[in-house]
Structures are given as C-alpha cells and as structure tokens.
Design a protein around this ligand. Structure first.
Ligand code: FES
Length: 111
C-alpha cells in the first residue's frame, strides 16, 4: 500500500481533523472532513468505482480536476456526481454506477 492509498488512521503523518463516515455500496468507509469522495475511496484501497458502458472496464480517478468524468458516482441519490470534486459529508451514501448502453433494436434505443 502506498502513501496515496493509505487510510487516514494508519497514515504515519498523523493527519488531524474530524473523522467522518460515508457509505460506499452499503459499506461504512472512514475519512476526514475536507476529503473528496474520491480521496476517501482511494484511502480505502479502491482504485475504481464505476464500469464503462461499452467495454465494461473499471474506472476511477483519472484527471482528478473535474474534466474527464471518469470518477462519477451516485451520491445521496444524485447521479453523475464527480467524486474528485465533491467533498464528502458525514453520512453520504455513495453507490457505484454502471449503465449498459441499450442494444440496437431494443425499445430503449428507439427514443
Ligand atoms: S477524475 Fe476526472 S472528473 Fe473526476
């Protein structure tokens, strides 16, 4: 585990701050006030938290500055939230997103 992905409570630098807990797919995950959702996910050891629609490949943090949208997740019922920009709040409920594109001829593709 590198320092980038180390949980805050095991970081030898001993960061100070108020602890918060968010739910990630129903799993309690600890972080600190001021961390982004992506920061908490990386600290918890998750490198990806969504899958691409076409190739079903994992995605997580890419640009880290809100440009690429690779890091989107559903937060408190709101879809397509960029985890790299959204500061986590205690009690946030984060769900991974995976949307399969409608197949040709499928009623969903006729819209
Ligand atoms: S990582 Fe690129 S928008 Fe979040």
């Amino acid at each position: 585990m590198t320092s980038r992905t180390m949980p805050a409570d095991r970081d030898p630098i001993r960061p100070t701050g108020t602890s918060i807990t968010i739910s990630v797919d129903g799993q309690p995950t600890k972080g600190l006030v001021g961390q982004t959702i992506a920061g908490i996910l990386l600290g918890a050891g998750r490198a990806s938290w969504r899958r691409t629609a076409v190739a079903d490949e994992p995605r997580g943090l890419f640009c880290g500055i809100g440009v690429c949208f690779d890091c989107i997740a559903t937060v408190n019922g709101v879809r397509d939230v960029r985890a790299c920009l959204r500061r986590a709040e205690d009690g946030d409920e984060v769900l991974v997103q995976h949307d399969v594109l409608p197949r040709r001829g499928h009623p969903e593709s006729q819209r």
